[in-house]
Design a protein around this ligand. Structure first.
Ligand SMILES: *Cc1c(COP(=O)(O)O)cnc(C)c1O
Length: 466
């Protein structure tokens, strides 16, 4: 190697910027970004030179290093991924994948749009108007309003109806949802006092009855969505709680968590309480998420009695939780799909993925097996295995869905972690899960096989991986 040991042999920033290959980069990335990249590459070259590890070849490679650096920093950090974790509604991977109808509606609403403008009268409109009629029609509620997410919906509801007063909640429902949403904390923040009633596993109607006093603002049930208590248990039904609340002239509200709007049994899935069931059983208000089983964008829905919804809408805090126009467009599009439940499993990705039969996933795994094995030759051996997927986002926590995976067993130097890193470095990152030294790619959510295979065979694996 012909060592270049003098810093003076390195080109200056200006000279590199005049290099035809480098100056061509300015067109695409802009001068400030290219200048930064040139400075950074030169700094690291100086470092190498000080160690005596810089040769002619390194000098010639400078433009390529600059190009690579620019590509890396131009790449957004928020990227589409293949979710092969086996968790369909993965909170860290964006929960529900949206249907085509919603994506088109979002694109259209991204421009100037009639979000708070009544096109008939030319007067001011209300953003709730785009979704509230659909929510009412689907749930049987009198009125509805929407905010940023379900955590906001619960906070706003409590702040409006229970600030400064008491709310009895069963000890079995004092839940924490991933990412620090805890019912007791939300209650404190909403300025109300939690009255714990019953025990962790058993709560009776008389426990609630005994807790109601002049300070009680409302009765609340929280759907224990992300765990199940089994064995010697008792909980009070919606109807009983609704009747008790009515006797005391206070509202009964239910935080459902997941807002599934159709009975999942219809599609062979386990049952999850629906807003319409809670409302029919006497709930005055329900709250639920837009991006859990509902399969829509991140949003929180509050639906029920018109007078209560009106009070909530007037709370000045609602402005701080306002839902964005693009989200409203997506939510409206998803809700419209529910008007035709027959075709829902084809059109709504969440339901389509949850209802994929195991046989179909196994067949897909067999189809992909050989080609994936070929791409990973020398890195991992590949096997088709049966596995269990889960719904995720705290929905139906104990119900697992039979599925199939490609199990990658690392070979030679590779480890499962390193393999996982390589797959994450692909143009469309692939995210699996590591289990007992193998990397499992659960195929339940694999919808674009061709794209997956193409990038696997075109991109040299191992490049760019840690
Ligand atoms: C998920 C969940 C929440 C929080 O909903 P986000 O939409 O994630 O804010 C609140 N309550 C229950 C019961 C939940 O399951």
């Amino acid at each position: 190697m012909n060592d270049i040991t003098h810093r003076s042999n390195l080109p200056s920033v200006d000279r590199l910027l005049r290099d035809p290959t480098v100056s061509a980069m300015i067109e695409e990335h802009g001068r400030p970004a290219v200048t930064d990249a040139v400075r950074e590459v030169l700094a690291s070259a100086r470092g190498k030179m000080a160690e005596g590890a810089f040769g002619e070849a390194d000098l010639a490679a400078l433009p390529r290093l600059i190009a690579e650096r620019l590509e890396r920093s131009a790449r957004p950090s928020l990227r589409r991924v293949f979710n092969l974790t086996g968790t369909v509604l993965h909170t860290n991977l964006g929960r529900a994948p949206l249907p085509r109808e919603a994506i088109e509606a979002m694109t259209s609403a991204a421009a100037a749009c009639s979000v708070e403008f009544d096109l008939e009268t030319g007067k001011r409109g209300d953003r709730d108007d785009h979704v509230a009629p659909l929510i009412c029609r689907l749930t049987g509620a009198e009125a509805a309003t929407v905010v940023n997410n379900n955590a906001a919906a619960v906070l706003l509801l409590l702040d409006t109806l229970a600030a400064g007063r008491e709310v009895p909640v069963s000890r079995g429902e004092l839940i924490e949802i991933g990412g620090s949403f805890r019912i007791p904390d939300i209650m404190t923040r909403a300025g109300c006092t939690l009255r714990e009633v019953g025990t962790t596993n058993r709560t009776h109607l008389r426990d609630f009855a005994g807790a109601i006093g002049p300070e009680t603002a409302l009765l609340m049930k929280v759907h224990a969505s992300n765990f199940a208590i089994e064995g010697f248990t008792a909980a009070v039904s919606d109807r009983e709680l609704a009747n008790l609340a009515r006797e005391h002239r206070i509202p009964y509200v239910v935080d459902l968590g997941s807002g599934q709007l159709v009975d999942l049994r219809r599609f062979g899935l386990p049952h999850e309480p629906t807003p319409q069931e809670a409302i029919a059983a006497g709930a005055d208000l329900v709250t639920f998420s837009g991006d859990k089983l509902l399969g829509g964008p991140q949003a929180g829905v509050i639906a029920g009695r018109a007078d209560l919804v009106e009070r909530i809408r007037k709370n000045p805090m609602k402005r701080a939780m306002r839902i964005d126009k693009v989200t409203i467009a997506a939510l409206a599009a998803v809700l419209r799909l529910y008007l035709d439940p027959e075709r829902l499993p084809e059109r709504l990705p969440t339901l389509r993925l949850l209802t994929r039969p195991k046989a179909e996933i196994v067949a897909q795994a067999r189809r992909l097996h050989e080609r994936v094995a070929k791409c990973l030759k020398g890195l991992a051996s590949v096997e088709v295995i049966e596995c269990m997927s889960q719904i995720g986002s705290g929905s139906l926590p104990v119900d697992l869905l039979p599925s199939a995976a490609l199990a990658l067993r690392p070979e030679g130097e590779a480890s499962a972690e390193r393999l996982a890193g390589m797959l994450r470095a692909l143009p469309v990152p692939v995210v699996g899960r590591i289990k007992e030294g193998r990397l499992l790619l659960d195929l339940r959510c694999m919808e674009d096989e061709e794209e997956f295979l193409e990038q696997l065979s075109v991109v040299p694996l191992g490049k760019g991986a840690a």
